[in-house]
Design a protein around this ligand. Sequence first.
Ligand code: RFL
Ligand code: PHB
Length: 389
Amino acid sequence: MRTNVAIIGGGPAGLLLSQILHRAGIDTIVLERHSREYVEGRIRAGVLEDGTQTLLRRAGIGERMDREGLVHEGFSITHREKSHHIDLTTLTGRKVMVYGQTEVTRDLYAARDTMGGIVLHGVEQVALHDLQSNKPHITFGHDGAVHRLDCDFIAGCDGFHGPSRESIPKKSRREFERVYPFGWLGILSKTAPVDEELVYAAHEDGFALCSMRNPRLSRYYIQCSSDEDIANWPDDRFWKTLRKRLPAELAERLETGPSIEKSIAPLRSYVCETMRYGRLFLAGDAAHIVPPTGAKGLNLAASDIHYLSEALIQWYGNADSSGIEGYAERALSRVWKTERFSWWMTSLLHNFPDHSPFEQRMQRAELDYLTESRAAMTTLAENYVGLPY
Ligand code: RFL
Ligand code: PHB
Protein backbone atom coordinates (compact mmCIF):
# COMPACT_ATOMS: atom_id res chain seq x y z
CA MET A 1 0.00 0.00 0.00
CA ARG A 2 1.07 3.56 -0.57
CA THR A 3 -0.29 6.95 0.47
CA ASN A 4 0.93 10.52 0.97
CA VAL A 5 0.33 10.80 4.71
CA ALA A 6 -0.11 7.68 6.85
CA ILE A 7 -2.11 8.52 9.96
CA ILE A 8 -1.91 6.30 13.04
CA GLY A 9 -5.03 6.65 15.22
CA GLY A 10 -8.64 7.24 14.22
CA GLY A 11 -9.59 9.51 17.14
CA PRO A 12 -10.51 13.16 16.60
CA ALA A 13 -6.93 14.25 15.77
CA GLY A 14 -6.32 11.57 13.13
CA LEU A 15 -9.75 11.85 11.51
CA LEU A 16 -9.67 15.64 11.36
CA LEU A 17 -6.22 15.60 9.75
CA SER A 18 -7.39 13.03 7.22
CA GLN A 19 -10.49 15.12 6.42
CA ILE A 20 -8.60 18.43 5.97
CA LEU A 21 -5.83 16.86 3.85
CA HIS A 22 -8.29 14.95 1.66
CA ARG A 23 -10.13 18.22 0.90
CA ALA A 24 -6.76 19.68 -0.17
CA GLY A 25 -6.16 16.75 -2.54
CA ILE A 26 -3.63 14.96 -0.31
CA ASP A 27 -4.08 11.18 0.12
CA THR A 28 -4.21 9.61 3.56
CA ILE A 29 -4.80 6.21 5.10
CA VAL A 30 -5.87 6.05 8.76
CA LEU A 31 -4.88 3.01 10.85
CA GLU A 32 -7.05 2.49 13.94
CA ARG A 33 -6.64 -0.24 16.54
CA HIS A 34 -10.26 -0.36 17.74
CA SER A 35 -13.59 -0.84 15.98
CA ARG A 36 -15.53 2.18 14.77
CA GLU A 37 -18.32 1.49 17.32
CA TYR A 38 -15.77 1.56 20.13
CA VAL A 39 -14.18 4.84 19.01
CA GLU A 40 -17.56 6.50 18.44
CA GLY A 41 -18.86 5.37 21.82
CA ARG A 42 -16.07 6.72 24.06
CA ILE A 43 -17.52 9.44 26.28
CA ARG A 44 -14.95 12.16 26.67
CA ALA A 45 -14.74 15.88 26.01
CA GLY A 46 -17.67 18.25 25.86
CA VAL A 47 -16.53 21.83 25.29
CA LEU A 48 -15.29 23.29 21.99
CA GLU A 49 -13.33 26.55 21.79
CA ASP A 50 -14.41 28.94 19.05
CA GLY A 51 -11.15 28.21 17.15
CA THR A 52 -12.04 24.49 17.16
CA GLN A 53 -15.55 25.30 15.91
CA THR A 54 -14.12 27.38 13.05
CA LEU A 55 -11.70 24.60 12.14
CA LEU A 56 -14.51 22.01 12.06
CA ARG A 57 -16.67 24.29 9.89
CA ARG A 58 -13.78 24.86 7.48
CA ALA A 59 -13.24 21.09 7.33
CA GLY A 60 -16.87 20.75 6.19
CA ILE A 61 -18.19 19.10 9.33
CA GLY A 62 -19.77 22.02 11.20
CA GLU A 63 -23.34 21.62 10.05
CA ARG A 64 -24.75 19.34 12.78
CA MET A 65 -22.61 21.06 15.43
CA ASP A 66 -24.19 24.40 14.52
CA ARG A 67 -27.65 22.85 14.59
CA GLU A 68 -27.43 20.76 17.75
CA GLY A 69 -24.53 22.21 19.76
CA LEU A 70 -25.31 24.41 22.76
CA VAL A 71 -23.71 27.86 22.62
CA HIS A 72 -22.46 28.90 26.06
CA GLU A 73 -21.64 32.50 26.89
CA GLY A 74 -20.38 31.79 30.40
CA PHE A 75 -20.03 29.33 33.28
CA SER A 76 -20.06 29.45 37.08
CA ILE A 77 -17.52 28.76 39.76
CA THR A 78 -19.01 27.91 43.15
CA HIS A 79 -17.07 28.21 46.35
CA ARG A 80 -18.26 28.20 49.97
CA GLU A 81 -21.98 28.44 49.16
CA LYS A 82 -21.43 31.30 46.70
CA SER A 83 -21.78 31.16 42.94
CA HIS A 84 -19.66 33.43 40.71
CA HIS A 85 -20.53 33.90 37.10
CA ILE A 86 -17.73 34.10 34.51
CA ASP A 87 -19.27 35.94 31.60
CA LEU A 88 -17.10 34.78 28.71
CA THR A 89 -18.81 36.94 26.11
CA THR A 90 -18.67 40.20 28.07
CA LEU A 91 -15.05 39.54 29.05
CA THR A 92 -13.75 38.33 25.68
CA GLY A 93 -16.45 38.85 23.05
CA ARG A 94 -16.33 35.10 22.36
CA LYS A 95 -18.30 31.95 23.19
CA VAL A 96 -17.76 28.21 23.55
CA MET A 97 -19.91 25.35 22.26
CA VAL A 98 -21.04 22.34 24.27
CA TYR A 99 -20.97 19.47 21.77
CA GLY A 100 -19.70 16.03 22.75
CA GLN A 101 -16.51 14.47 21.41
CA THR A 102 -18.65 11.45 20.50
CA GLU A 103 -20.66 13.70 18.16
CA VAL A 104 -17.53 15.29 16.65
CA THR A 105 -16.15 11.80 16.03
CA ARG A 106 -19.41 10.61 14.42
CA ASP A 107 -19.48 13.68 12.16
CA LEU A 108 -15.88 13.05 11.15
CA TYR A 109 -16.54 9.38 10.34
CA ALA A 110 -19.66 10.34 8.35
CA ALA A 111 -17.61 12.87 6.35
CA ARG A 112 -14.84 10.31 5.75
CA ASP A 113 -17.51 7.89 4.44
CA THR A 114 -18.96 10.52 2.09
CA MET A 115 -15.56 11.37 0.66
CA GLY A 116 -14.44 7.73 0.41
CA GLY A 117 -11.64 8.19 2.95
CA ILE A 118 -9.78 5.02 3.96
CA VAL A 119 -9.85 4.10 7.64
CA LEU A 120 -8.67 0.58 8.54
CA HIS A 121 -10.05 -0.66 11.86
CA GLY A 122 -8.70 -3.46 14.00
CA VAL A 123 -5.05 -2.99 12.98
CA GLU A 124 -2.44 -4.65 15.22
CA GLN A 125 1.26 -4.43 15.89
CA VAL A 126 1.74 -1.08 14.20
CA ALA A 127 5.48 -0.37 13.80
CA LEU A 128 7.13 2.73 12.31
CA HIS A 129 10.26 2.50 10.16
CA ASP A 130 12.88 4.75 8.46
CA LEU A 131 11.58 7.92 10.05
CA GLN A 132 14.74 9.89 9.23
CA SER A 133 14.57 8.99 5.53
CA ASN A 134 12.42 10.51 2.78
CA LYS A 135 10.59 7.20 2.47
CA PRO A 136 9.25 6.16 5.86
CA HIS A 137 6.93 3.18 6.13
CA ILE A 138 4.66 1.40 8.57
CA THR A 139 4.10 -2.31 9.07
CA PHE A 140 0.94 -3.64 10.71
CA GLY A 141 -1.32 -6.65 11.00
CA HIS A 142 -4.84 -6.54 9.58
CA ASP A 143 -7.34 -9.32 8.82
CA GLY A 144 -4.78 -12.01 9.61
CA ALA A 145 -2.04 -10.72 7.26
CA VAL A 146 1.01 -8.48 7.68
CA HIS A 147 0.93 -5.31 5.56
CA ARG A 148 3.38 -2.59 4.62
CA LEU A 149 2.28 1.01 4.06
CA ASP A 150 4.74 3.31 2.25
CA CYS A 151 4.27 7.07 2.59
CA ASP A 152 5.89 10.52 2.52
CA PHE A 153 4.99 11.40 6.11
CA ILE A 154 3.58 9.72 9.21
CA ALA A 155 1.18 11.50 11.58
CA GLY A 156 1.21 9.94 15.06
CA CYS A 157 -2.33 10.65 16.30
CA ASP A 158 -2.52 7.50 18.40
CA GLY A 159 -3.22 8.96 21.85
CA PHE A 160 -1.17 8.68 25.01
CA HIS A 161 -0.56 4.92 24.81
CA GLY A 162 0.11 4.56 21.07
CA PRO A 163 3.39 3.47 19.46
CA SER A 164 4.30 6.73 17.64
CA ARG A 165 5.89 8.67 20.48
CA GLU A 166 7.81 5.58 21.58
CA SER A 167 9.32 5.36 18.07
CA ILE A 168 11.30 8.54 18.72
CA PRO A 169 14.60 7.43 20.27
CA LYS A 170 14.79 8.35 23.95
CA LYS A 171 17.80 10.59 23.40
CA SER A 172 15.85 12.70 20.89
CA ARG A 173 12.91 13.52 23.15
CA ARG A 174 12.39 15.07 26.54
CA GLU A 175 9.34 14.36 28.67
CA PHE A 176 7.71 16.59 31.29
CA GLU A 177 5.08 15.19 33.60
CA ARG A 178 2.95 15.85 36.66
CA VAL A 179 0.61 13.17 37.95
CA TYR A 180 -2.05 14.60 40.28
CA PRO A 181 -2.92 12.75 43.50
CA PHE A 182 -6.58 12.34 42.42
CA GLY A 183 -8.83 11.40 39.50
CA TRP A 184 -12.31 12.24 38.19
CA LEU A 185 -15.24 9.90 38.52
CA GLY A 186 -17.72 10.80 35.77
CA ILE A 187 -21.28 9.75 35.01
CA LEU A 188 -23.70 10.36 32.19
CA SER A 189 -27.42 10.35 33.03
CA LYS A 190 -30.67 11.02 31.20
CA THR A 191 -31.61 13.88 33.49
CA ALA A 192 -32.00 17.62 32.95
CA PRO A 193 -28.73 19.52 33.63
CA VAL A 194 -28.79 21.21 37.04
CA ASP A 195 -28.03 24.60 35.46
CA GLU A 196 -28.16 26.13 31.99
CA GLU A 197 -24.39 26.63 32.07
CA LEU A 198 -21.46 24.56 33.34
CA VAL A 199 -20.75 24.72 37.07
CA TYR A 200 -17.20 24.21 38.41
CA ALA A 201 -17.52 23.59 42.15
CA ALA A 202 -14.59 24.03 44.53
CA HIS A 203 -15.39 22.36 47.85
CA GLU A 204 -13.27 21.35 50.83
CA ASP A 205 -14.25 17.68 50.25
CA GLY A 206 -13.14 17.89 46.62
CA PHE A 207 -13.97 19.35 43.22
CA ALA A 208 -17.16 18.68 41.26
CA LEU A 209 -18.26 19.63 37.74
CA CYS A 210 -21.78 19.85 36.35
CA SER A 211 -21.78 19.60 32.57
CA MET A 212 -24.19 18.39 29.92
CA ARG A 213 -24.62 17.06 26.41
CA ASN A 214 -28.18 18.21 25.70
CA PRO A 215 -31.26 19.39 27.64
CA ARG A 216 -32.05 15.79 28.70
CA LEU A 217 -28.52 14.44 29.10
CA SER A 218 -26.22 15.48 31.93
CA ARG A 219 -22.55 14.82 32.53
CA TYR A 220 -21.24 15.12 36.09
CA TYR A 221 -17.80 14.59 37.58
CA ILE A 222 -16.49 14.43 41.11
CA GLN A 223 -12.88 14.43 42.29
CA CYS A 224 -11.97 11.01 43.72
CA SER A 225 -8.77 9.40 44.92
CA SER A 226 -6.49 8.13 42.15
CA ASP A 227 -6.81 4.47 43.18
CA GLU A 228 -10.59 4.55 43.51
CA ASP A 229 -12.47 1.35 42.61
CA ILE A 230 -15.54 2.12 40.52
CA ALA A 231 -17.33 -0.84 42.10
CA ASN A 232 -17.48 1.20 45.31
CA TRP A 233 -19.51 3.91 43.61
CA PRO A 234 -23.14 2.91 43.15
CA ASP A 235 -25.23 5.76 41.71
CA ASP A 236 -26.70 6.73 45.08
CA ARG A 237 -23.29 7.35 46.55
CA PHE A 238 -22.28 9.41 43.51
CA TRP A 239 -25.35 11.65 43.70
CA LYS A 240 -25.01 12.11 47.47
CA THR A 241 -21.36 13.12 47.12
CA LEU A 242 -22.06 15.49 44.24
CA ARG A 243 -24.95 17.13 46.07
CA LYS A 244 -22.79 17.79 49.12
CA ARG A 245 -20.21 19.61 46.98
CA LEU A 246 -22.72 22.03 45.45
CA PRO A 247 -24.18 25.14 47.10
CA ALA A 248 -27.51 24.28 48.77
CA GLU A 249 -29.53 26.23 46.24
CA LEU A 250 -28.14 24.13 43.35
CA ALA A 251 -28.12 20.85 45.27
CA GLU A 252 -31.87 21.21 45.84
CA ARG A 253 -32.46 21.49 42.10
CA LEU A 254 -30.29 18.49 41.14
CA GLU A 255 -32.30 15.91 39.22
CA THR A 256 -30.92 12.41 39.76
CA GLY A 257 -31.47 9.16 37.87
CA PRO A 258 -29.66 5.98 36.81
CA SER A 259 -26.22 6.46 35.26
CA ILE A 260 -25.85 5.23 31.67
CA GLU A 261 -22.05 5.48 31.75
CA LYS A 262 -19.61 5.67 34.62
CA SER A 263 -15.82 5.88 34.43
CA ILE A 264 -12.75 7.05 36.29
CA ALA A 265 -10.02 9.13 34.63
CA PRO A 266 -6.64 9.81 36.25
CA LEU A 267 -5.42 13.42 36.07
CA ARG A 268 -2.09 14.13 34.45
CA SER A 269 -0.11 16.92 32.81
CA TYR A 270 2.39 15.67 30.23
CA VAL A 271 4.37 17.13 27.33
CA CYS A 272 6.76 15.41 24.94
CA GLU A 273 9.40 17.65 23.39
CA THR A 274 9.81 17.25 20.45
CA MET A 275 6.65 16.76 18.40
CA ARG A 276 8.59 15.97 15.23
CA TYR A 277 11.23 13.37 14.46
CA GLY A 278 12.30 13.31 10.81
CA ARG A 279 9.15 12.47 8.85
CA LEU A 280 7.08 11.63 11.94
CA PHE A 281 4.79 14.29 13.48
CA LEU A 282 3.00 13.82 16.79
CA ALA A 283 -0.39 15.46 17.34
CA GLY A 284 -3.01 15.44 20.11
CA ASP A 285 -2.79 13.16 23.15
CA ALA A 286 0.15 11.32 21.55
CA ALA A 287 2.27 14.39 22.35
CA HIS A 288 0.62 15.93 25.40
CA ILE A 289 -2.00 15.38 28.10
CA VAL A 290 -3.79 18.01 30.13
CA PRO A 291 -5.99 17.43 33.17
CA PRO A 292 -9.61 17.91 31.99
CA THR A 293 -10.35 20.86 34.31
CA GLY A 294 -9.85 23.50 31.60
CA ALA A 295 -11.65 21.43 28.90
CA LYS A 296 -8.58 21.64 26.67
CA GLY A 297 -7.53 18.14 25.51
CA LEU A 298 -9.66 17.90 22.39
CA ASN A 299 -9.14 21.58 21.60
CA LEU A 300 -5.38 21.17 21.78
CA ALA A 301 -5.59 18.16 19.46
CA ALA A 302 -7.52 20.40 17.02
CA SER A 303 -4.96 23.23 17.15
CA ASP A 304 -2.10 20.76 16.50
CA ILE A 305 -4.01 19.56 13.45
CA HIS A 306 -4.46 23.15 12.30
CA TYR A 307 -0.66 23.69 12.34
CA LEU A 308 0.16 20.27 10.90
CA SER A 309 -2.36 20.40 8.07
CA GLU A 310 -1.17 23.89 7.09
CA ALA A 311 2.43 22.66 7.05
CA LEU A 312 1.65 19.63 4.89
CA ILE A 313 -0.55 21.61 2.47
CA GLN A 314 2.34 24.09 2.08
CA TRP A 315 4.74 21.24 1.38
CA TYR A 316 2.56 19.50 -1.21
CA GLY A 317 1.28 22.74 -2.77
CA ASN A 318 4.41 24.90 -2.98
CA ALA A 319 7.26 22.53 -2.11
CA ASP A 320 7.70 24.82 0.90
CA SER A 321 9.14 22.97 3.91
CA SER A 322 9.12 25.88 6.37
CA GLY A 323 5.82 24.80 7.96
CA ILE A 324 7.08 21.28 8.49
CA GLU A 325 10.34 22.48 9.95
CA GLY A 326 8.56 24.91 12.27
CA TYR A 327 5.69 22.57 13.27
CA ALA A 328 7.04 21.39 16.63
CA GLU A 329 7.97 24.88 17.76
CA ARG A 330 4.66 26.46 16.73
CA ALA A 331 2.55 23.69 18.20
CA LEU A 332 4.55 23.47 21.44
CA SER A 333 4.30 27.19 22.07
CA ARG A 334 0.50 26.90 22.24
CA VAL A 335 0.67 23.54 24.02
CA TRP A 336 2.72 24.94 26.91
CA LYS A 337 0.41 27.92 27.43
CA THR A 338 -2.58 25.58 27.47
CA GLU A 339 -0.76 23.20 29.84
CA ARG A 340 -0.20 26.15 32.15
CA PHE A 341 -3.86 27.09 32.11
CA SER A 342 -5.06 23.51 32.71
CA TRP A 343 -2.57 23.04 35.56
CA TRP A 344 -3.60 26.37 37.09
CA MET A 345 -7.33 25.65 36.91
CA THR A 346 -6.73 22.19 38.39
CA SER A 347 -4.64 23.68 41.21
CA LEU A 348 -7.27 26.34 41.89
CA LEU A 349 -10.31 24.08 42.18
CA HIS A 350 -9.22 20.71 43.63
CA ASN A 351 -8.60 19.51 47.13
CA PHE A 352 -4.91 18.52 47.37
CA PRO A 353 -4.52 15.93 50.14
CA ASP A 354 -0.90 16.95 50.75
CA HIS A 355 -1.48 20.70 51.01
CA SER A 356 -0.40 22.47 54.19
CA PRO A 357 -2.79 24.88 55.93
CA PHE A 358 -0.80 27.73 54.35
CA GLU A 359 -1.29 26.35 50.86
CA GLN A 360 -5.01 25.88 51.56
CA ARG A 361 -5.30 29.57 52.49
CA MET A 362 -3.38 30.56 49.34
CA GLN A 363 -5.86 28.60 47.25
CA ARG A 364 -8.81 30.24 49.00
CA ALA A 365 -7.26 33.70 48.54
CA GLU A 366 -6.74 33.03 44.85
CA LEU A 367 -10.37 32.00 44.43
CA ASP A 368 -11.52 35.12 46.29
CA TYR A 369 -9.28 37.32 44.16
CA LEU A 370 -10.49 35.71 40.97
CA THR A 371 -14.12 36.33 41.76
CA GLU A 372 -13.53 39.95 42.82
CA SER A 373 -11.18 41.11 40.06
CA ARG A 374 -12.31 41.72 36.51
CA ALA A 375 -8.66 41.49 35.37
CA ALA A 376 -8.33 38.01 36.90
CA MET A 377 -11.65 36.89 35.40
CA THR A 378 -10.56 38.17 31.98
CA THR A 379 -7.37 36.10 32.19
CA LEU A 380 -9.43 33.03 33.00
CA ALA A 381 -11.99 33.77 30.28
CA GLU A 382 -9.49 34.39 27.47
CA ASN A 383 -7.80 31.07 28.17
CA TYR A 384 -11.11 29.20 28.52
CA VAL A 385 -12.44 30.39 25.16
CA GLY A 386 -9.05 29.50 23.67
CA LEU A 387 -5.80 31.29 22.88
CA PRO A 388 -5.40 32.39 19.24
CA TYR A 389 -3.77 30.00 16.76
P1 RFL B 1 -7.57 9.81 21.18
O1 RFL B 1 -8.97 10.29 21.25
O2 RFL B 1 -7.05 9.05 22.36
O3 RFL B 1 -7.42 8.93 19.87
C1 RFL B 1 -6.27 8.15 19.62
C2 RFL B 1 -6.67 6.99 18.76
O4 RFL B 1 -5.52 6.20 18.47
C3 RFL B 1 -5.88 4.83 18.57
N1 RFL B 1 -4.68 4.01 18.84
C4 RFL B 1 -4.10 3.22 17.92
N2 RFL B 1 -4.39 3.00 16.64
C5 RFL B 1 -3.60 2.12 15.96
N3 RFL B 1 -2.57 1.44 16.54
C6 RFL B 1 -2.26 1.62 17.84
N4 RFL B 1 -1.26 0.94 18.41
C7 RFL B 1 -3.04 2.57 18.59
N5 RFL B 1 -3.01 3.00 19.86
C8 RFL B 1 -4.01 3.86 20.01
C9 RFL B 1 -6.88 4.80 19.71
O5 RFL B 1 -7.71 3.63 19.68
C10 RFL B 1 -7.67 6.07 19.46
O6 RFL B 1 -8.81 5.86 18.66
O7 RFL B 1 -6.54 11.01 20.94
P2 RFL B 1 -6.69 12.35 20.06
O8 RFL B 1 -7.28 12.06 18.73
O9 RFL B 1 -5.39 13.03 20.18
O10 RFL B 1 -7.83 13.21 20.85
C11 RFL B 1 -7.58 13.71 22.14
C12 RFL B 1 -8.88 13.76 22.94
O11 RFL B 1 -9.54 12.52 22.84
C13 RFL B 1 -8.64 14.10 24.42
O12 RFL B 1 -7.64 15.08 24.55
C14 RFL B 1 -9.92 14.63 25.11
O13 RFL B 1 -10.91 13.66 25.18
C15 RFL B 1 -9.60 15.14 26.53
N6 RFL B 1 -10.78 15.58 27.26
C16 RFL B 1 -11.36 16.82 27.02
N7 RFL B 1 -10.88 17.62 26.04
C17 RFL B 1 -11.49 18.80 25.75
O14 RFL B 1 -11.04 19.52 24.85
N8 RFL B 1 -12.62 19.25 26.44
C18 RFL B 1 -13.16 18.51 27.42
O15 RFL B 1 -14.19 18.90 27.94
C19 RFL B 1 -12.51 17.26 27.76
N9 RFL B 1 -13.02 16.48 28.72
C20 RFL B 1 -11.33 14.77 28.24
C21 RFL B 1 -12.45 15.25 28.97
C22 RFL B 1 -10.80 13.50 28.51
C23 RFL B 1 -11.36 12.73 29.50
N10 RFL B 1 -10.79 11.45 29.71
C24 RFL B 1 -11.54 10.26 29.77
C25 RFL B 1 -9.37 11.28 29.62
C26 RFL B 1 -13.03 14.50 29.96
C27 RFL B 1 -12.47 13.24 30.25
C28 RFL B 1 -13.09 12.47 31.38
C1 PHB C 1 -17.49 17.46 29.82
O1 PHB C 1 -18.63 17.88 29.55
O2 PHB C 1 -17.19 16.28 29.66
C2 PHB C 1 -16.47 18.40 30.35
C3 PHB C 1 -16.77 19.77 30.39
C4 PHB C 1 -15.84 20.66 30.90
C5 PHB C 1 -14.63 20.19 31.36
C6 PHB C 1 -14.33 18.83 31.30
C7 PHB C 1 -15.25 17.93 30.79
O3 PHB C 1 -13.74 21.06 31.89
